[in-house]
Design a protein around this ligand. Sequence first.
Ligand code: ADP
Ligand code: MG
Length: 619
Amino acid sequence: MPIRQLSETVINQIAAGEVIERPASVVKELVENALDAGASHIEIATSGGGLTLIRVTDDGSGIPENELPLAIGRHCTSKLSDDIHDIRSLGFRGEALPSIGSVGRLTLRSRPPGASEGAEIRVDGGKIAGPRPAAANRGTLVEVRDLFFATPARLKFMKGERAEASAISDVVKRIAIAFPAVRFTLSGPDRTTLDLPATGDGANGQKARIAQVLGFDFPENALSIEAMREGVSLTGQVSIPSYTRANALQQYAYVNGRPVRDKLIAGAIRGAFADVLPRDRHAVTALFLALDPATVDVNVHPAKADVRFRDPGLIRGLIIGSIREVLAASGIRPATTGAAAMMSAFRPGPTSYGHAGPANGHRSFHAGFRAAAPAGFDLSHSPSRPLEPVSAERAFGEAVQAAFDTGPLASADARAGATAVAPELLSMPLGAARAQVHQNYIVAQTEDSLVIVDQHAAHERLVYEALKQALASRPVPSQMLLLPEIVDLPEDDAERLAMHSETLKRFGLGVERFGPGAVAVRETPSMLGETDVQALVRDLADEIAEHDTTDTLKERLDAIAATMACHGSVRSGRQLKADEMNALLRQMEATPGSGTCNHGRPTYIELKLADIERLFGRR
Ligand code: ADP
Ligand code: MG
């Protein structure tokens, strides 16, 4: 076949292959156009998951009749002069409208504010009709019917109406967070309706919009970020570690107001939370990066969701550093949802507040009650109760273990309740231990609340923190085994453990090769106490294999510490005496991050006395 120029329609269909992947991409492009046109209200209606119909109406600057043919022309844009390095609009490639018109049936109807009447132009699978006069409100209406009718191969890849409709709703939410001064509505037969009234510009408007989209319990369980480094600013909110999701879909990130799904940002968020969350849980975030447009390239992919930073290290460091900082400063603080769920579960009457078990997600709590729920501790805000920092020696972990080894165990469950409590203990954040119940829960009392601690989760966290702290100073003390324990393993696991024996030694674990397919363990970290060495070593081998290639040394060490902590923890079922329990509470208070276990579950719940009294109708 001789070389020839492709037709305009085929060229546009090729471009559409990248820009218009699914109905949600059409919605994204059209909403971005409306925002670029300065709209204050954007209405979106869809049916058939957007495959039958997408209609986006705005009250923006509109398009004059004589420019309509240009608007649907390839590489025609009003947004870019001749400098690709200074992009301040969402669009700039002049590709969306011609691409959409080449694969679906597009109608563009518009009336600029000054014009007395409107006009419309149609593009039907590439065939242009118009422009001609048409009755139109001020602003622009774009309608897309029968998307992909002209490219049946693409149509086959659609996931079904419901999935496409929910992708559309996600796109709208994602964009809406960045434009709190604009009202967004989503309606139509697709039953994914949204109405997000404008909340206004500025920090408060921004926060209110985030709450509209992420749920009103998010701000209660979020920490604010405000950081600046070398001209790059990072603001927004991240969830506390006990408020997480099973996937990363609720991580919203913006670069100069543009919603992005960027690997570097996602990786930095994961890194920042690596210490406090298990691998399968994800923080909820809304983060806004603002930087000189010349130092970031948004022209990486036609859909513009990827960006490239001139200084990726700076961005990564800024995100990780500032998230870790607020996490550390927030100290121990469990999600309000834990206590709220518990309180509403206690409520008399089977259905008055709906079902509100924690497994139900975060949105299920009765709004009125949530407001009354205790806010948990925020040590950074209670200067009247300064916490003694734990000395290096005590934090060293032997104290952690020692707390569980004071004298023989008695049999009564609730021994601590029998004696009077020291008043100074009552004024501590986690109060005075009063009893241990069901052999795993410590019930403590403060001046104005009841605290319930999951001793297993709490101890796991303390050991983990102690291991990490020990790493920073000197090796972890170990105890020699009377007889070395031989662990049989696949050869490459044995090899990997041997390769890391230096690191493991710093954690107090002495491992050496013992012929092919085996290692010998001669010493274990004292703070773990009696451990199942076989299980520990196998878990460590898995952990090292998983982290070896990808993670930094620090991430690897943290993973090893977490695995060890899990093995050394006081399992539920261990009975504790009053001073053992109080020692645990004091160590929790002194340990940053001890409000959640390594897996992000809360280690304690606090019920305010006022709320308990309310339950009993005393208030
Ligand atoms: P781009 O957004 O990259 O410029 P598009 O193909 O999406 O390319 O749009 C082409 C042009 O049509 C835009 O530059 C703009 O001038 C005009 N346009 C599109 N949608 C609207 C709208 N909703 N309101 C006003 N003008 C619009
Ligand atoms: Mg555009």
